[in-house]
Write a protein that binds this ligand. Structure first.
Ligand code: AKG
Length: 227
């Protein structure tokens, strides 16, 4: 598969598949999503009740309000599964249903402070890859438009290196410089509709603030590699 570079993925834990899905496929999904968002926002007080929530809880609440049949089949295609198997070195033993990641518009000013850095699966940095998470761009997402942020290289950090990284994430005033000192690169998953990012499940990642006037439209699926 032309997009897939296993060596880069093994080193970085994060890989962008530019234009993986045709824009026409994504355009149909976006149209359906626009209609759903119109329906949701027609509900009385929805916008106000969303705004009352902490920024990152707004994502879960908005995404849960929207129903989009066919989302998983449209995005988690057999050729993506094949690419995941190639990168992971074996066929995934399981795949989760695809979930929407929608951020409301104008959530506030951009910041790298106070984010919700986490891993979805705890696993040995020296062991086999436990799985791969795919992030799909359903619409174009500009920088600071609410895309997921990932720390490329963090999947290889052992438990002994984590306190230093956590300290940098909490206290740094120049995060990208201090991360570079630890061999880590900040990846903002912004880009064009149809792009897909694949991420080793051991990689630290976080939602970010959507500073723009456009809803952030992404979705995600997790592939598990098993034993
Ligand atoms: O909303 C986001 O971009 C972050 C999603 C996330 O952390 C996850 O799916 O594990």
């Amino acid at each position: 598969m032309k997009f897939i570079d296993p060596d880069h993925f093994a080193a970085q834990g994060c890989l962008r598949l530019e234009g993986f899905h045709p824009r026409t496929r994504l355009a149909a999904l976006k149209r359906a999503l626009d209609l759903e968002l119109k329906r949701v926002h027609a509900g009385r007080g929805v916008s106000a009740s969303l705004r009352a929530l902490p920024v990152f809880q707004q994502i879960g609440r908005l995404s849960a309000l929207v129903k989009l049949p066919g989302l998983h089949e449209t995005l988690a295609t057999p050729d993506l599964r094949q690419g995941v198997a190639h990168l992971g070195g074996r066929t995934p033993s399981g795949v989760q249903d695809t979930q929407l990641l929608l951020s409301p518009v104008k959530q506030g000013t951009w910041t790298l402070q106070g984010l919700n850095w986490h891993v979805d699966v705890g696993a040995d940095a020296d062991g086999p890859i436990p799985g791969i998470q795919a992030f799909f761009l359903i619409d174009d997402v500009t920088p600071h438009g609410g895309a997921t942020l990932a720390l490329a290289g963090s999947h290889r950090l052992g438990a002994d290196a984590m306190p230093a990284l956590r300290r940098v994430l909490r206290t740094s005033t120049d995060l990208e410089r201090d991360l570079a000192g630890l061999g880590i690169r900040l990846v903002e998953m912004s880009g064009r509709a149809g792009d897909v990012f694949l991420m080793d499940l051991r990689t630290l990642h976080t939602p970010s603030v959507n500073t723009t006037a456009q809803v952030r439209m992404m979705a995600t699926t997790r592939y598990f590699m098993g034993e």
